[in-house]
Design a protein around this ligand. Structure first.
Ligand SMILES: C[S@@+](CC[C@H](N)C(=O)[O-])C[C@H]1O[C@@H](n2cnc3c(N)ncnc32)[C@H](O)[C@@H]1O
Length: 209
């Protein structure tokens, strides 16, 4: 993921032990700076929100979105127990509204956004992220990403609709302008079943005027 000389290198020396979620965390640890603003586009049980809050620290802010009140409540509990709730703003709203919500909060740029797609583990498996709204969220958040900033998307193909959503995300991100973004697709090639995959997008240059 090294896209410019001042971005630190990710250590992948133990890559065989790393799945897509862990790899997204590794990349975030390498990219997110203290004091920045980050977005968790799918709060779920709050694991990614917690990571982002720890990385941005007390001088930063995390905006976390989820369509399910159950997920917002679970994330709130996790933040309170880690005593990082003051860093996190929870939004019971779809990520397709994130850019609009951030604009309303005066946020003009973000250092990172995490998407962990699919359904809430332990929750209602019928409530899943959808290709159209996921792509809308990606497209509306990318203009806010700072140079050096990172977007990760963990994709799941094991549930109904997951394969189509993964295809939509890959086709959108594969077409991003190479003079602004570096995009990557990581997937295990020799595992059975449908292991999660990761798409990562890093901005390496500002938008040409
Ligand atoms: C795999 S879970 C996220 C896991 C979470 N990141 C964590 O660390 O625990 C996916 C979540 O996406 C949420 N979701 C579905 N559609 C959404 C949308 N349009 N906007 C935001 N969240 C959505 C689901 O409610 C679910 O909680």
């Amino acid at each position: 993921m090294e896209a410019s000389a001042n971005v630190r290198r990710v250590n992948l020396s133990n890559m065989s032990a790393v799945n897509a979620v862990q790899l997204s965390h590794l990349l975030m640890r390498d990219c997110v700076r203290a004091g920045s603003v980050a977005v968790d586009a799918t709060a779920g049980n709050g694991h990614d929100t917690r990571l982002l809050a720890e990385l941005v620290g007390p001088s930063g802010q995390v905006h976390a979105f989820d369509v399910q009140q159950e997920a917002i409540a679970a994330t709130a509990v996790r933040m309170r127990s880690a005593e990082i709730d003051s860093i996190v703003r929870l939004h019971h709203a779809g990520h397709e509204t994130a850019a609009e919500v951030l604009a309303g909060e005066g946020v003009t740029s973000i250092g990172a956004a995490m998407f962990n797609l699919g359904y809430l583990p332990g929750g209602n498996k019928a409530i899943i992220t959808q290709p159209a709204t996921t792509c809308q969220a990606i497209s509306s958040l990318l203009p806010l990403i700072e140079v050096g900033g990172l977007v990760t998307l963990v994709l799941y193909c094991g549930h109904r609709g997951g394969t189509e959503e993964a295809a939509a995300v890959i086709s959108l991100t594969a077409c991003l302008p190479a003079n602004e973004f570096a995009t990557y697709h990581f997937r295990p090639l020799n595992q059975g079943g449908s292991p999660p995959q990761l798409v990562a997008i890093q901005r390496h240059a500002s938008r040409p005027r």
